[in-house]
Design a protein around this ligand. Structure first.
Ligand SMILES: Cc1ncc(COP(=O)(O)O)c(C=O)c1O
Length: 430
């Protein structure tokens, strides 16, 4: 995608500040030193704020989270854990990590939290490293039906090092086929069952997953990358009481920095910590750890609880309005921020649909659908537009704009830009 003009370069040449939301002294320094990169930042800011960001895994972090990310903690090496570092000068970052761990434990009611994983995939890798041996059998959601790469894709370490079998959803209802899952578990007696998905829009029955895992003496690993923000705000059930280990990301509905998180009981705490460092990672990114602490603090507020409940109300409203536009909504609706929809009834394939929507400034993903394979599914979510302050009336409007774009109508891009202008994302970097 072409980068928008070069306001930063022009401003640098004229030695004037670039107008725009909340650009602090750091941005002015970048502007003077490297206007080419400054332009990329401005171009991306313009892209994010002039369209509709409906990628289910994305959100707008707060200026406070961004301030922690752009802080001097980025300079600090801190291999190890608070009080047991391989570097000197860790007294301040130790406090930041202890704060992040304590806030995560309190927020999720977990006995132990590891806040160091660099990403969701790194968290899953560490969970497997703690509980599995190469070659072990693992049951996870099939990739076509919403499993993540780390749930056994042959292109990923998980599929290369472990023997994954996929469970799935009933092709008619789109709901997890728990009877089939139980039968597969009894037949295969896996070392672990992984519960979690990139696109399943319904709450998961963690108690039933636990019951099935116990029946076959398997570990239960919950990959809650998507719902963890809803869990934090009380809009989705918590996997913490049921899972041996919960893996998560901090950057989706949870609205923190890009990164991973692990939660577990005291019994596994040491194994999990050793699986992160030194087994799979080196030095923790302390600026990100501090930003996670900020995000956990925000997620503990009543305002965040209201936010995540609005995320779900918006997703339900958007799903219903998209059905009126002729899309077939998988499972008939949603319990979460996520919607998966079949564009087949409109006579379209998913990649063409995504292209038409992108041309109108509406950004989302394609996904597999149990009944139709990879060609007809769209995956979208309401986390980012809800952060912008949109509510149910705007979701009806978004669905109409999507319907118009999918039908090839003219002028949708301008209408999308006008809607987005009325709901600016939080000021970037202020
Ligand atoms: C279920 C699930 N697990 C793991 C991940 C991986 O997270 P990351 O992209 O931070 O590695 C994702 C990301 O979307 C996810 O949805």
């Amino acid at each position: 995608m072409p980068v928008t003009p070069a306001p930063a370069r022009a401003a640098a040449a004229a030695d004037v500040p670039v107008p725009g939301p909340g650009r602090g002294p750091g941005f002015e320094a970048l502007l003077r030193q490297d206007p080419e990169v400054a332009d990329l930042l401005l171009g991306e800011e313009a892209r994010q704020s002039s369209g509709l960001q409906l990628i289910a895994a994305e959100n707008f972090t707060s200026p406070a989270v961004l301030a922690a990310l752009g802080s001097p903690l980025a300079n600090k090496y801190a291999e190890g854990y608070p009080g047991h570092r391989h570097h000197g000068g860790c007294e301040v970052v130790d406090m930041a990590e202890r704060m992040a761990m304590e806030r995560a434990r309190t927020l999720f009611g977990a006995q132990h939290a590891n806040v160091q994983p660099h990403s969701g995939s790194a968290a899953v890798l560490a969970a497997y490293a703690a509980l599995l041996r190469p070659g072990d059998r693992v049951l996870a959601m099939g990739l076509r039906e919403g499993g993540h790469l780390t749930h056994g894709s042959p292109a990923n370490f998980s599929g290369r090092w472990f023997a994954f079998t996929g469970y799935g959803v009933d092709p008619h209802t789109g709901l997890i086929d728990y009877a089939r899952l139980r039968a597969l578990a009894r037949e295969l007696r896996p070392r672990a069952i992984v519960c979690g998905s990139i696109s399943y829009p319904r709450h998961l029955d963690y108690a039933l997953f636990r019951e099935i895992a116990d029946e076959v003496d398997a570990h239960l690993i919950v990959d809650a990358a998507h719902p963890i923000g809803l869990v934090a705000g009380g809009a989705a059930p918590s996997p913490v009481p049921y899972a041996d280990v919960v893996c998560a990301t901090t950057h989706k509905v949870l609205r923190g920095p890009r990164g991973g998180l692990l939660l577990c009981g005291e019994r596994l705490a040491e194994r999990i910590d050793r699986a992160v460092f030194p087994f799979t990672q080196g030095g923790a990114q302390m600026h990100t750890v501090a930003a996670k602490a900020v995000a956990f603090g925000e997620a503990a507020t009543p305002a965040f609880a209201e936010y995540v409940h609005q995320v779900v109300r918006n997703a339900r409203a958007l799903a219903a309005a998209l059905a009126e536009q002729g899309l077939a909504i998988a499972t008939g609706g949603t319990d979460t921020h996520l919607i998966t929809a079949d564009v087949g009834p409109l006579g379209l394939e998913a990649t063409a649909a995504r292209g038409r929507l992108a041309a109108a400034g509406i950004v989302l993903d394609t996904c597999g659908l149990a009944a139709h394979g990879a060609t007809r599914g769209l995956r979208l979510g309401t986390a980012a537009v809800t952060t912008q302050g949109m509510g149910e009336p705007e979701m009806t409007r978004v669905a109409k704009l999507m319907g118009a774009a999918l039908g090839g109508a003219q002028g949708v891009r301008e209408e999308v830009a006008e809607l987005a202008r009325r709901f600016p994302p939080p000021a970037i970097g202020s």
